[in-house]
Design a protein around this ligand. Structure first.
Ligand SMILES: C[S@@+](CC[C@H](N)C(=O)[O-])C[C@H]1O[C@@H](n2cnc3c(N)ncnc32)[C@H](O)[C@@H]1O
Length: 230
C-alpha cells in the first residue's frame, strides 16, 4: 500500500531537488565520454552523415557546443533541458538547444545517438521516458544514459530490483549495475509491466551524492508473462 504523498510531473518539475543549483550542469565532452563510457565524437563520426545526436537533460549544453564545433556540417545536434541555463559561447547553426521537459517533448525526426548524462535521476516517470526514447532512435541508433535501478520503487518502497532488470533485458535493454549505465541499440517498443504512480523528491542523495528522485510504480502482469506458463 502507498503511504507517502507522491508528486505528479508538474509538482516534481517545480521541486527544489530538480531545480538544485548545486548539480553539475556544465560537463564538457571528456566528462560526457567518462560518464557514458563511449567516445561521443568517434561514435558520431562512425555513422553515416549527417549524423543526429540528441542529448536529454543537457544542462548548459557545453558538451554539445564542443561536439558541434568539432563536427561542423557532419552532425545535427539537439539538446533538451527543463531549464534554460544554456551556455554555448557560440551557437553553431547545426546545434539546437530546446527548453522543454523530456516527459512531454516530441522530436521531429529519429536520432543516431541519444544520451542522457545524470538526467534520469530527476525524472518522475523514468520508465515511461525510456519507452519514449525507444521510439526516437534510428534502426541502428545507440542510446546510453546513467540510470540508478534502485530509484525505481514499488508501492511498499522496496526497489523493483531484479524483476525490473530482467524485464528490461527481455526487451533488449542492457543495464550494467556496476557502472549504472543503461543502453540499447536500435529503435524499439519498450513495454514494461510497471504503471507509474508518482515520485518522491525527498529520497535523499543517490550514488552521485546529489539529492535525487525515486519513482514509484505498480507492477502488473503482462500477457507474455501469463502466456509463459501455458
Ligand atoms: C545533473 S544535471 C546534468 C546536466 C548535463 N547532462 C551535464 O552532465 O552537464 C541534470 C539536468 O537535468 C535537467 N532536468 C531535470 N528534469 C528534467 C526534465 N523533466 N526534462 C528535461 N530536463 C530535466 C536539469 O535541469 C539539469 O540540467
Amino acid at each position: 500500500m502507498m503511504v507517502m504523498n507522491l508528486l505528479d510531473d508538474d509538482a516534481l518539475e517545480r521541486s527544489s531537488v530538480v531545480a538544485n543549483c548545486r548539480m553539475n550542469r556544465e560537463r564538457r565532452l571528456p566528462g560526457y565520454d567518462r560518464e557514458l563510457g563511449i567516445n561521443v565524437v568517434e561514435t558520431l563520426r562512425s555513422r553515416r552523415q549527417p549524423v543526429r545526436w540528441l542529448d536529454l537533460c543537457c544542462g548548459t549544453g557545453n558538451a554539445l557546443g564542443q561536439a558541434a564545433e568539432l563536427l561542423g556540417d557532419e552532425a545535427e545536434i539537439v539538446g533538451v533541458d527543463l531549464v534554460d541555463f544554456f551556455d554555448c559561447a557560440s551557437r553553431p547553426p547545426r546545434l539546437r538547444l530546446i527548453t522543454a521537459s523530456v516527459v512531454t517533448w516530441e522530436p521531429e525526426h529519429l536520432f543516431d545517438l541519444i544520451t542522457c548524462v545524470h538526467g534520469l535521476h530527476y525524472i518522475g516517470d523514468k520508465l515511461g521516458v525510456l519507452a519514449r526514447i525507444g521510439t526516437w532512435l534510428a534502426d541502428d541508433g545507440l542510446f546510453v544514459a546513467n540510470f540508478d535501478v534502485r530509484s525505481i520503487r514499488l508501492g511498499d518502497g522496496t526497489p523493483a530490483g531484479r524483476h525490473l532488470t530482467t524485464s528490461l533485458r527481455s526487451q533488449g535493454v542492457r543495464y550494467d549495475g556496476r557502472t549504472r549505465r543503461i543502453s540499447w541499440t536500435g529503435r524499439r517498443l519498450i513495454d514494461l509491466p510497471y504503471r507509474y504512480q508518482g515520485s518522491d523528491d525527498q529520497a535523499g542523495p543517490n550514488y552521485t551524492g546529489q539529492p535525487a528522485v525515486n519513482s514509484y510504480y505498480d507492477r502488473h502482469a503482462v500477457r507474455a508473462e501469463l502466456g509463459a506458463s501455458h
